[in-house]
Design a binder for this molecule. Structure first.
Ligand code: GDG
Length: 513
């Protein structure tokens, strides 16, 4: 499909903010930006989104955003939100309802009806700006849970063009989703898109089960990567498209002279020690407190880890204006100081804690320097950090500890050590197993993981989505054979007290087919 891409997401990949009293721009962060930036850089197109901030008088937002877009090689169009819209649409409906609900944490939801009204109004605002910017023949591709109502609003203003939607976060099972007071409206609005994309088969199954529960007249047909359903208005295609990264970009960056120098420097900082790394946005879904508790438990249970293993935990500031996130930060900092207080000896501090955004060179140097990567979210749509770590392991070694509840586990389960992030003892065992794992086993696992991430990179994801949108079904690969917790693999395939031995012949290719 050679149509111009018109990507729409809540945030633009550039943030306009005030620093020392002056307005300036900086690159945005997060998984959606990491994945979509190389796609737009390669294909060109237009990205519509909110550049942050509230209503600021006299600010030439459009001018600043356009200037920031020039070096990126594609165009930006800003959507301006008022302070009230930001509070009720972004902090409210998106962050206090959809985000926790879709991650299965419904007790954190605040189903305030005022949020719902503003959510619809802001989706309508996005639709207006899309309408102003769209050309005939463009492929409109809307991203994520902030904008589930956009197609409905676009249809209401008469736009009949094809519109795709990709959900970056999980879709919950009916018993969770149906708690949402506006469940029917949300499902109906989603069925106004022509193509709906989910990260895993599990999330798609949850969605189709919700459709069956709430809309008994609508049936979903087919098998394979794309299913179809017919509403009175249109045929909707519902696919599984696991998102990924630009593998070559990360691998090349990892191999660069500056990253190599920085990696050596890091290794010298932790001489003779096993380095475990955690890199997460500040968010309660990422399981950071659980990881810290498990590490403390591991030091208790396996004293030989003491003085021989260090965790570097990078926490990237995110949504810090919300009280809950401030509380999480305080909890993390308390746990870090508890573990450090209990186990530090002269010359060794168990946890090095970094609370800031790292630049790409520092981030890839950490990936290269880390013997173990700990990715243990309570729930995660996909988790790109796990894929980035593998891409940066240019020597094919290193151990990935991975939560069963990350979308990534669906396809990387063979090469990673899978853990249940709620199981403190199981996590401590996995840390110990990772610490003991020999290079031979590491390489068998890591080679397979890297092959999978290289082959099924972000351009493959784009290609699959666009082919599904233009109904080139014959060219679609079969959906992944997923790790399915419901079908529960035998316990010996989870991380155990004894290191897992992988026969040389076992292909752990993390492959999707
Ligand atoms: C959402 C879904 C899904 C992190 N620290 C730094 C930094 N990062 C970058 C990583 C990675 C991104 O942020 C985080 O992506 P994740 O996928 O892990 O998580 P979310 O931000 O929650 O993303 C998620 C994703 O969308 C894509 O669909 O996988 O499930 O929740 O790319 O590298 N980047 C830099 N410095 C840091 O310190 N430069």
């Amino acid at each position: 499909m050679s149509a111009r891409l018109l990507v729409v997401s809540n945030r633009l990949p550039v943030v306009i903010e005030q620093s020392d009293g002056r307005w300036c721009s900086r690159p945005g962060s997060g998984g959606l930006v990491t994945a979509l930036t190389p796609v737009l850089r390669q294909r060109g197109g237009l990205w519509i989104g909110w550049p942050g901030g509230g209503e600021e008088g006299g600010l030439d937002l459009a001018g600043m955003v356009t200037a920031a877009g020039e070096p990126a090689g594609f165009d930006f169009a800003p959507v301006k939100l008022t302070t009230d819209e930001r509070d009720k649409f972004y902090y409210g409906f998106s962050n206090e309802i959809v985000w926790p609900l879709f991650h299965g944490l419904h007790t954190r939801c605040n189903f305030d009806p005022a949020y719902w009204k503003t959510y619809q109004a802001v989706n309508c605002k996005f639709a207006r700006i899309i309408k102003e910017n769209v050309d005939r023949g463009d492929f409109i591709w809307v991203h994520d849970y902030h904008l589930m109502h956009v197609a409905k609003e676009l249809r209401e203003v008469g736009l009949q063009q094809k519109i795709g939607f990709f959900l970056h976060i999980p879709f919950p099972p009916p018993e969770i989703f149906l708690k949402m007071p506006w469940r029917f409206d949300v499902l109906q609005a989603l069925l106004e898109f022509d193509v709906l994309g989910f990260q895993t088969q599990n999330y798609r199954r949850n969605f189709t089960q919700c459709i069956s529960s709430v809309m008994p007249g609508i049936s979903v047909r087919g098998r394979g990567r794309v299913l179809t359903t017919k509403t009175p208005q249109r045929k909707v295609r519902i696919g599984v498209f696991p998102i990924s990264i630009d593998f070559d970009e990360f691998a090349d960056k990892a191999a660069s002279a500056e990253t190599t120098e920085q990696t050596l420097h890091l290794r010298q900082t932790y001489p003779g020690r096993t380095l475990m790394l955690g890199v997460d946005r500040l968010d309660y879904t990422k399981g950071i407190p659980e990881r810290l508790k498990a590490l403390g438990h591991a030091f208790e249970r396996y004293p030989e880890l003491r003085e021989h293993m260090t965790l570097v935990q990078v926490v990237v500031p995110s949504r810090t204006a919300i009280d809950e996130y401030q509380d999480l930060k305080a909890e993390i900092e308390m746990l870090v100081s508890e573990v450090n207080g209990q186990f530090t000896v002269p010359g060794w501090i168990p946890i090095h804690y970094i609370f800031r955004n790292l630049d790409r060179t520092d981030l890839t140097a950490f990936y290269r320097a880390a013997d173990i990567m700990s990715v243990t979210p309570l729930r995660d749509g996909m988790n790109l950090v796990a894929k980035e770590y593998c891409a940066c392991r240019i020597e094919n070694d290193g151990v990935l500890i991975l939560s069963e509840f990350a979308g990534t586990a669906a396809t990387m389960h063979r090469g990673a050590l899978l853990v249940n992030p709620h199981d403190v003892e199981g996590m401590a065992d996995a840390i110990y197993n990772a610490f003991l794992m020999g290079k031979k086993e590491q390489r068998t696992r890591m080679r397979g993981l890297r092959q999978g991430v290289r082959k099924y990179d972000v351009f493959w994801w784009l290609d699959m989505f666009l082919k599904a949108s233009s109904e080139q079904d014959a060219e679609l690969a079969a959906p992944p054979e997923e790790y399915d917790l419901m079908a529960m693999l035998p316990p010996e395939s989870l991380a155990q007290a004894e290191p897992v031995r992988v026969p040389e012949s076992l292909s752990c290719d993390g492959a999707l087919e």
